[in-house]
Design a protein around this ligand. Structure first.
Ligand code: AR6
Length: 176
């Protein structure tokens, strides 16, 4: 993989709600009315206005994405996407790819330069982190090649174990 493109991809361990970026991505559900995991954390940190705007948006099908403001977050926007519930069938990877692609497209369409992703579908929805990590990084790399206006994609892992998976994959793709 190309060094300059890889330089626009960063991995971090921590809480995505604390990031100062143009948009953080929320691993939501189709109702877009909040939930547990990272969805709950984002809504708590953003405040009730976020839920109000999500209500007006009126839901989001699996694999698609919707954008709202960030309200009390340091991030200016939240991009809500709905990952697949892992079933082990080929359609899972297509839907997860669509989550990353549609979120990135929304960022570029809204002139955003920095975006941070959690590990979509890798919590309650049960997607294996090793497979999801490859999809996330490969998709983002291809997207960055075609969209120079996007300056930074950050993958934020909550657990050290998930971070280690990203770190290992990143190392395996980097030129030595
Ligand atoms: N910052 C970064 N990552 C986080 C944070 C955080 N603050 N909190 C959790 N994670 P999940 P899903 C990680 O379950 O699997 C919700 O109820 C977590 O460790 O949040 O897509 C929605 O409403 C995991 O790696 O999302 C849906 O109903 C990753 O975020 C459903 O869960 C995703 O875990 C979506 O399930």
């Amino acid at each position: 993989m190309d060094k300059d493109i890889l330089g626009k991809i960063e991995i971090q361990q921590g809480d995505i709600t604390q990031l100062d970026v143009d948009a953080i991505v929320n691993a939501a559900n189709t109702k877009l009315l909040g939930g547990g995991g990272v969805d709950g954390a984002i809504h708590r940190a953003a405040g009730s206005k976020l839920l109000e705007e999500c209500r007006a948006v009126g839901g989001c099908p699996t694999g698609e994405a919707r954008i709202t403001k960030g309200y009390n977050l340091r991030a200016r926007h939240v991009i809500h996407t709905v990952g697949p519930v892992y079933s082990g069938k080929p359609k899972d990877s297509q839907l997860l790819t669509n989550c990353y692609l549609n979120s990135l497209k929304l960022a570029v369409d809204n002139n955003l330069a920095t975006i941070a992703f959690p590990a979509i579908s890798c919590g309650v929805y049960g997607y294996p982190i090793e497979d999801a990590c490859k999809i996330a990084v490969d998709m983002s790399y291809e997207f960055l090649k075609r969209n120079p206006s996007l300056k930074k994609i950050i993958f934020v892992q909550f657990s050290p174990k998930d971070y280690a998976v990203y770190e290992a994959y990143f190392k395996s793709t980097s030129p030595s």
